[in-house]
Design a protein around this ligand. Structure first.
Ligand code: ADP
Ligand code: MG
Length: 611
């Protein structure tokens, strides 16, 4: 007897000990494996016609022998494949299951992703697999009664394909395993979990009819197809209910939440295709990690070509899931890849436009839903604006939304522009960690009290997105936190003020680029801003990514403020000037950057001022 690999053994133990309440899913797993195997054979049969067959999955329940059998005429397995595929669990689905099992509770887990072949051991005390691979003469039989290990022997097998026979466990207080032999139970499991499997799942069912002449009934058996079969994306939109789409989405993409939007696309033209796309309600858990694989399942006339075709989506729409089916794709079978890059690019282009057109409709017809979506996944759209030097910015500029000083949730650029004040120099925006923090910035006081709206950029990508857009409806974007224009105001012409500004600048050395009087402060004495290309917020982003790009900082003073008047006096008398000046600078830095250069010195100065 051979031993299971260590990893596999652990998983197997979990299955055998049935720590999962939902044992039902074993049938879904076996049927999905059968369907995958048929997909593979059908794909090969496109060039090797001798491999074509009437594809189907057969379920047989034998009450007397207490066995349940699932057979397919798919690709089958060679001896090596049997050994590797069933002796080792190396599949992503199963491994992931194992990892997340540690963190999550049972119920939220089941149904999220495939748990694989070993789930058979939740209900079976013995599993026998007879299989014959396409191109081999004989078959192989794999047998296992669980954790001890498994055996592989040669066997007779007339047809290509795989037969999996489960001997069900004895009933116990926990579970009535005999249920899995009942016609009704099997039928309902197939309906629930495997309805859209594209091959017929057939079973001999018992029916009865009125006996000729008499009052009694006679029973007879009939082979029945249990599943609907038609791929849901091929069905007329009218005939599909929301629940059906939800169910398809959940089972196909292993998400336990319903999608927040379903998009149907049907294109007839140079290249015909049908697509059924879903927007998930939540950002996928590993969305921003390297492990995340974007992509759309690609079918050619119902034959699965590629499970995740990445080329069909730009990175910034990587959260979109779904299927694309086109009869017009030509395949290069020898390399098992799609050669027709041009066709793919055409579909990708058309898909992107359809998705964005749908988003536009969404924004108009269901504002609340769109805002929820945008909060969860909108960052992607903003990256889309920024990507490739703004190549797609025109397609996206009406889809991005921001918070603002007057509208906490979401403002489109069109809405902003429609309520701009007369003579307003441009679209004001301000960047910061949160709306609250931006709200507290002193240099925005005047703009706000004068009734201007300011867009709040709280995501890192926001400022890059606006810079890439450059303008909207011919209105420039104006950073409201940037230093005001140098003004030759009355105050600055004043000799005393001039020498104060000079000395202040000298005192701060290379901390600032300039010190100025400003007319845009109201209740605050000072603020720290930046001039030139790099804003303070950008400097922070660059610093976080290890780059030393610096903002040219400007310290602005409010000439109307008590403290600035006091500063001018102290400068003149020379008494206590430096302490007050430094403290004011620190105050501005604290507001703008959230930190001071030298906290200890700051505390000493504040203490001396409080005396
Ligand atoms: P997954 O389906 O996620 O790959 P499973 O544990 O369900 O993981 O199956 C493991 C592997 O065993 C499959 O990838 C496949 O190669 C093989 N396999 C299982 N069932 C069949 C079958 N009916 N026909 C051919 N191969 C099969
Ligand atoms: Mg599987």
């Amino acid at each position: 007897m051979k031993q299971f690999k260590a990893e596999s053994k652990k998983l197997l133990d979990m299955m055998i000990n049935s720590i999962y309440t939902n044992k039902d899913i074993f049938l879904r797993e076996l049927i999905s494996n059968a369907s995958d195997a048929i997909d593979k054979r059908r794909f090969l049969s496109l060039t090797k016609s001798e491999l074509s067959d009437e594809f189907k999955i057969v379920v047989v329940a034998d009450k007397a022998a207490r066995t349940l059998t699932v057979s397919d005429n798919g690709i089958g397995m060679t001896k090596d494949e049997l050994e590797n595929n069933l002796g080792t669990i190396a599949t992503s689905g199963t491994l992931k299951f194992k990892q997340e099992q540690q963190q999550q509770s049972d119920d939220s887990l089941i149904g999220q992703f495939g748990v694989g072949f070993y789930s058979a051991f939740m209900v079976a005390s013995k599993v026998e697999v007879e299989t014959r691979s396409a191109g081999e003469d004989g078959g192989w039989k794999w047998t296992s009664s669980g954790a001890e290990g498994y055996d592989i022997k040669a066997c007779e097998k007339a047809e290509i394909g795989t037969v999996i026979k489960l001997t069900l466990k004895e009933n116990d207080e926990d579970c009535n395993y005999s249920d899995y032999l009942s016609e009704y139970k099997i039928r309902s499991l197939v309906k629930t979990y495997s309805d859209y499997i594209r091959y017929p799942i057939v079973m001999d069912v018992t029916k009865s009819r009125k006996a000729d002449g008499g009052d009694g009934y006679t029973e007879y058996t009939e082979t029945e197809t249990l599943n609907t079969m038609t791929p849901i994306w091929k069905m007329a939109k009218k005939s599909v209910k929301k629940e059906d789409y939800d169910k398809f989405y959940r089972t196909t993409f292993h998400d336990f939440r319903a999608p927040s939007r379903v998009i149907n696309v049907n294109i007839e033209g140079n290249i015909n295709y049908t697509a059924l796309l879903f927007i998930p309600e939540k950002q996928p858990a590993n969305y921003y990690s390297k492990d995340y694989e974007k992509g759309i399942a690609l079918y050619s006339s119902g034959v699965l070509i590629q499970e995740k075709c990445a080329k069909l989506l730009p990175d910034w729409l990587g959260f979109v899931r779904g299927v694309v089916d086109s009869p017009d794709l030509t395949l290069n079978l020898s390399r098992e890849v799609l050669q027709q890059d041009r066709q793919l690019r055409f579909i990708a282009d058309s898909l992107r436009k359809k998705i964005l057109a749908d988003f536009k409709k969404w924004l108009k017809s269901d504002r609340e839903g769109y805002e929820k979506f945008f909060k969860e996944l909108g960052e992607g759209i903003k990256y889309g604006v920024y990507e490739n030097f703004g190549e797609k910015k025109d397609e996206l500029k009406d889809l991005v939304v921001f918070g603002s000083s007057t509208e906490k949730n979401a403002v489109t650029l069109a809405e902003y522009v429609s309520r701009m004040k007369e003579g307003q120099e441009g679209i004001y925006y301000a960047c910061g960690e949160s709306a609250e923090k931006i709200d507290a910035q002193p240099q925005l006081e005047k703009l706000k009290s004068d009734g201007y709206e300011i867009l709040y950029c709280t995501q890192r990508v926001d400022e890059f997105c606006l810079m890439t857009l450059g303008e909207y409806d011919k209105k420039k974007f104006v950073n409201a936190l940037k230093a005001g224009e140098h003004s030759d105001s009355e105050e600055e012409k004043n000799e005393d003020v001039k020498s104060l500004l000079d000395d202040f600048k000298k005192l701060l050395g290379n901390k600032v680029h300039d010190v100025r009087m400003s007319s845009r402060l109201v209740s605050h004495a000072v603020c720290l801003t930046a001039e030139g290309e790099v804003s303070i917020e950008m400097e922070r982003v660059f610093r976080a990514s290890g780059e030393g790009v610096r903002a040219e900082k400007v310290l602005e003073l409010n000439p109307e403020h008590e403290l600035i008047k006091k500063l001018i006096k102290r400068h003149k008398s020379g008494e206590g000037f430096e302490t007050l000046a430094f403290t004011l600078y620190d105050e501005a830095a604290l507001m703008a950057l959230g930190e001071v250069d030298d906290p200890a010195a700051f505390v000493t100065r504040v203490n001396s001022l409080m005396k």
